[in-house]
Design a protein around this ligand. Structure first.
Ligand SMILES: [Mn+2]
Length: 435
């Protein structure tokens, strides 16, 4: 498969899967993302709304999609609308998407221009009782900025106040969890590139460098391998910064004898990868750092085999916390007696491990966080135990991306240095070459 040109069979299949969940006499409408304003006359780089991409493969703004599976007219079961031709825009920003190309990318036969969207919708919608509207739904995400999807939903509800409204998100959230062959191929490629970026970190980290200088090395590998960029704000966190879970200022100097924690992942053709590794800045773990690192790695090795059909994120979390609690006792952070006396609502391990161990990845790096959905073949989830001991400047997280299969799980970062010996060897081999 040409990874840069996803076959439209994927999007055809995705629309079919979504339509199969729609009630009879219903219509679903979706809109593309818009450019988000930065300052002055500048915008942030455009990124398509993930569900819109999942259903169309279209990476452009000012686009809409109508799904109307019950349409008596076969040409109106699916209609894609793309931005209306604008000569001025072509002069300033380059060629625009045309209808033939949009049809080739998406597999939608009927492609029209966006200025006809409301007329076409109005012509169809009174044959339908229900309208499916889309909005990003994520339990821990709240945002004060009103999205294009929210304004679009408000507009549709205002125009057709007597229709029943349904949410698309519960269907899409479930569908997107199970990856098809095409999606898996792209994700594997994204993981390969991210792995290469980590290898470059092993070669370039040394005392006196700034975190952002290592970030630049990572970005070089991403871009030179045709990734569009980061799937999320990259974390390059030296010393105590590694104890800040979502540290991303990446502006501190890397000190001798500290660890540096990476949590990075490229986005390739809209699919994410998510990798964490923790390495010693000077190429050698101190005995205490090694002790803590091996504790996390031991736990990781015990939980990776649990990414099998039927388990849940809850199972992964519960097992990990139990194992890490024992490791923390071994590391002298508290005693078995302390655990017996602990407040059951605030177990002692939560001081040193305060995050969940797994999330789904896909078109979004946090594709879904529902902890009770059982694993199915084709799901890709992270496995990311860690330990954060602020008083010792030790922040460690190790993360692989795990594919659930019909048999044993597959680590998509297989072969990437993870053992203390492998990391030290890779870092020092490099130093010898330089000298
Ligand atoms: Mn992660």
């Amino acid at each position: 498969m040409d990874l840069n040109n996803i076959p439209n069979s994927l999007f055809v299949k995705n629309r079919k899967s979504f339509s199969d969940f729609m009630a009879s006499k219903s219509i679903a409408v979706f809109c593309a993302n818009e450019h988000l304003p930065r300052n002055g006359d500048q915008f942030f780089p455009f990124r398509q709304q993930s569900d819109f991409f999942y259903l169309t493969g279209i990476k452009h703004e000012n686009a809409f999609l109508i799904l109307y599976p019950d349409s008596p007219n076969p040409d109106r079961k699916e209609i894609l609308f793309i931005e209306t031709y604008n000569e001025n825009k072509v002069i300033w920003q380059g060629e625009m998407l045309d209808t033939a190309e949009a049809s080739r990318i998406s597999g939608v036969k009927t492609v029209l221009y966006s200025d006809s969207f409301y007329d076409v919708l109005n012509d169809i919608i009174f044959n339908c009782d229900k309208i499916y509207l889309n909005s990003y739904e994520y339990p821990r995400y709240q945002c004060d900025v009103t999205t294009k999807q929210q304004r679009f939903a408000e507009d549709i509800k205002r125009r057709y106040p007597l229709h029943n409204i349904e949410r698309s998100a519960p269907i899409l959230n479930r569908l997107r969890l199970v990856k098809s062959k095409e999606e898996l191929d792209i994700t594997r490629h994204a993981c390969d590139i991210t792995g290469q970026a980590f290898r470059r970190c092993l070669d370039t980290v040394r005392p006196g460098k700034y975190e952002y200088q290592i970030q630049a090395e990572i970005e070089y590998v991403f871009k030179s391998n045709n990734a569009s960029g980061h799937a999320f704000a990259p974390i390059v966190a030296g010393g105590k910064n590694g104890c800040c879970l979502h540290y991303s200022s990446n502006n501190s100097i890397l000190n001798d004898n500290d660890l540096v924690l990476f949590d990075i992942g490229c986005e390739y053709n809209h699919y994410s990868s998510d990798l964490s590794r923790t390495i010693p800045v000077n190429g050698h773990f101190t005995p205490r750092q090694k002790q803590c690192y091996d504790a996390v790695l031991r736990v990781m090795k015990q939980i990776e085999p649990l990414y099998v059909i039927g388990n849940t994120i809850n199972d992964i979390n519960t097992t990990t916390y139990k194992l890490m609690e024992q490791e923390m006792i071994g590391l002298g952070l508290f005693t078995t007696d302390d655990v017996k006396r602990q407040d059951p609502d605030k177990p002692l391990y939560t001081k040193y491990l305060m995050h969940g161990i797994s999330h789904h990845i896909g078109i979004d790096v946090h594709d879904n966080v529902n902890k009770s959905i059982t694993f199915k073949e084709g799901m890709i989830l992270t496995c990311e135990p860690g330990i954060y001991i602020r008083e010792e400047n030790i922040g460690i997280r190790i993360e692989n991306d795990m594919l659930v299969t019909s048999g044993q799980p597959v680590n998509l970062f297989e072969g990437l240095p993870i053992e203390v010996d492998e990391i030290e060897y890779a870092m020092n081999k490099n130093i010898q070459q330089k000298s």
